[in-house]
Design a protein around this ligand. Sequence first.
Ligand SMILES: [Zn+2]
Length: 204
Amino acid sequence: MHLIPTQEEVVALLRDTGALREGHFQYTTGIHSNEYLQVPLALRYSQHQRMLSVALSRLLRQNSEIRAILNEASIVVPATGGLPVAYGVCEAARAKQVYWAERYHDHEPLHFRQYVNPSPGEQVILVDDILRTGSKLSEMKKLLEANGAQVIALAVVIYQPTPNTHDFGSLPFYYLAKLEASYYADAAHCELCKRGAPLEKVWV
Ligand SMILES: [Zn+2]
C-alpha cells in the first residue's frame, strides 16, 4: 500500500474488516440505504488505524499553510468514534493536542468536559472518521468558534455525502475515500422495500 492509499484500497480495507456492508438498512432517522458504514470497525485494528491516520496527516501536510502551523494546532473531534483517527493524526502530524466534545442525551447540545476549553485564537483541525450529513461537525465548528478558536481545516477518513450534507464553504477539506450510497427518505420511497429485500435496523 502506498503512503496515501487509493480510494480502492481504502474501500477494500473497509470491506475486509466488516466496516462497509451491503444490504438494506434503516437508519435511526428513518432513511433507508443500500449500504452501511461503521468506520470504527476498521479502526479496531491498530495497523489500519495507524495507516489511515498517517495518510490523512500527509494530506494535511500537503497544504503549506496548514503544515506551517501544525505543531501549534489542536485536533478536535465531535464524537468519541473519531478519537482513534484524531490521536493518529496528532501523532503523525506532531500537532499540539487532542480533545473532543460529547453529549449525554440525543437532543442536548455538544459540550466539552469540565476544564476543557479552547483558547482564544487557537487553531483547530476538525477530524472525524466520517462526514455524512456533517451536522455534528458543523455544530462542533460553531461551538469552537463561539469559544474564540479558529477552525482551519476539516479531515475525515470517509466522505459519504447525502442529499442534505452541510456545506462547509471554502474550509480546506480532506478525505481518503468518497463513498456514494443510495438513500431513500423512507420505506414508501425505497426501491429495496419495493423488491422485498430483508431490512436491517442500525442504531448509529
Ligand atoms: Zn427500504
